[in-house]
Design a protein around this ligand. Structure first.
Ligand SMILES: O=C(O)CCC(=O)C(=O)O
Length: 244
């Protein structure tokens, strides 16, 4: 339905302060769609989905384990990518009809170094502008690798690669996106960012995703992967966002 964007863009679900922060700093942290009293059962569903995922959907990297496609991993995750404040942020940052590109779990292992500062997509790519989001399954703290941002860098034409020599080094102008479990970090994919070192003894778990313009190339082909039971329960808006 072509006019979903128009409908969503009139709803204004972010507070004026949150919208201003996203515009000026390039990121915000809000209470997410899962109320605190439901976080324990949500975390149990997350753990179960992680352990039951089959091989092609699981990627074990040097610092993180990722599991793709949380659209088809149960009803617990349905509310995340239709969360009204998140869609309002998409309207503001992407500024044109958009779709979900990815929705994956990322568990950052204990005792891992900081990620290099980066932007998520180049400005000359069809997937730009990109709106990223991270649901904190665990509290994001200084010690466990909270994501860092360089506020205002989403306005810069340069990317960190080729601009600074040590992409992992701390910067005096960086700000950590901290929050209790259940918080939702929403960011402009052009903002310079990356997770910091997890120096704690525990993993830092999260659900991460991105929205891109509708004509872009989604990282996950949700239409191809859609299970019949998922399709049966999803709203028209959800199916629209999945281009499925
Ligand atoms: O996990 C994080 O804190 C940031 C992840 C990220 O920026 C990425 O994987 O591109």
């Amino acid at each position: 339905m072509a006019d979903w964007f128009e409908t969503l863009a009139t709803r204004r679900e972010l507070s004026a302060d949150a919208a201003s922060e996203l515009y000026h700093r390039g990121f915000i942290v809000l209470p997410g769609p899962v109320p605190p009293k439901r976080m324990e059962s949500f975390t149990d569903a997350f753990t179960e989905a992680m352990s039951s995922a089959s091989d092609p959907d699981v990627r074990v990297g040097s610092t993180s384990t990722r599991v793709s496609d949380f659209v088809n991993r149960g009803t617990d995750f349905d509310a995340l990518y239709i969360f009204p404040p998140l869609l309002d942020a998409c309207c503001r940052v992407i500024g044109q009809p958009f779709k979900l590109s990815s929705l994956q779990a990322r568990t950052l292992r204990p005792h891992t170094p900081a990620q290099e500062l980066h932007v998520d997509v180049r400005r000359d790519c069809a997937d730009w502008p990109l709106l990223g989001f991270i649901l904190m399954i665990d509290e994001f703290r200084h010690e466990n690798g909270a994501t860092r941002f360089v506020p205002g860098s989403h306005e810069w034409l340069s990317a960190p690669e080729g601009t600074i020599s040590d992409l992992r080094a701390d910067r005096t102008d960086q700000v950590l996106a901290r929050g209790p479990a259940g918080s939702l970090l929403i960011f402009n994919g052009s903002a310079w960012h990356g997770h910091t070192a997890n120096t704690s003894d525990a993993p830092r778990r999260s659900l991460q995703g991105a929205f891109i313009p509708r004509h872009g190339q989604a990282a996950t082909d949700f239409a191809a992967r859609m299970q019949p039971e998922t399709r049966a329960r999803l709203s028209a808006l959800a199916r629209h966002l999945l281009a499925a």
